[in-house]
Ligand binder design. Sequence first.
Ligand code: LMR
Length: 330
Amino acid sequence: MKRLMKAATILSLLATTGFSADFTMKVSHVVSATTPKGKAADFFAKRVEELTGGKIDVQVFPNSQLFGDGEEMKALAMNNVQLIMPSLSKFTSIAPQMQLFDLPFMFRDKTHLYKVMDGEVGKILKSKVDEKKQMIALDYWDAGFKHLSSSKKALVSPADATGMKFRIQSSKVLEAQFKAVGGNPQVLPFSEVYSALQQGVVDGTENPLSNFYSKKFHEVQTSLTLTQHGYLGYLVVMNEQFWNKLPVYLQPKVLQAMKEATALERKESAQEDNEMMEGLKKYAKASGKLEIITLTTKQRQAWQDAMVKIYPEFADLIGAELINKALKTK
Ligand code: LMR
């Protein structure tokens, strides 16, 4: 009996401590674990552990638990976290050309977007990140097209945005985009958006539906306009030092897990939009506190006309040739 108990203790110790992994990979992100990015990060962790037979222990920290979006780039460069997937807008200081993805009305639809991302333009932009030496650019992940929301006047025509304070990510393009419609943009970390909206620090924001719904921004906004005016995506980046330390036989397994996670992430994102829309419609009906506005083609065109005026301003920073290449991608 005593011996049996001893064996059980050893087994449970092994279960809690795990069979010793040779490497620990910390993964940090700022959104909820239920979003496409959150689900794909968890899936990646599971697959790396499976494919490497537990040699790499992957720990995922969602919801800015480990690092907020103002800190995660530095933390990655210092190898305090080994894998992050910031939005493309957050690469502004590392590779300003990445702001191409922030240009309003850049992509006709998801097919166009993926052609650009997975084609020549996407490769060129990844290489700009790789040049930084501290990080390796892996795959592009998807969050979806962004929509505008407000707690003040409902945003139907661009003039409605005049004087309104909008939360933005740290991107010069996004700043210019809101200024172009008379808005007052303010950079805030994602983790502070809910309280900033609640307290009226900002009046409105722009988000893909998954971020809007999973962070309950609908509770602190009175209208959501389905503008689909911009895009939010991610680039998964790994610390270069960590990657170089991985034995050659483990590296392809990590890449395989990433490939599978990318496919899952994009699939989840495609499904998510419909599901989130249903959830928001239900909330709007039950609470009577959220107006969901669908624009007519003409109304949406007015936003486009007002916002695309900023393109020439970014011809040098992003590169006119790159912008044209993206626009002309079939
Ligand atoms: C944001 O700050 O709005 C987004 O980048 C958050 C995210 O990671 O989707």
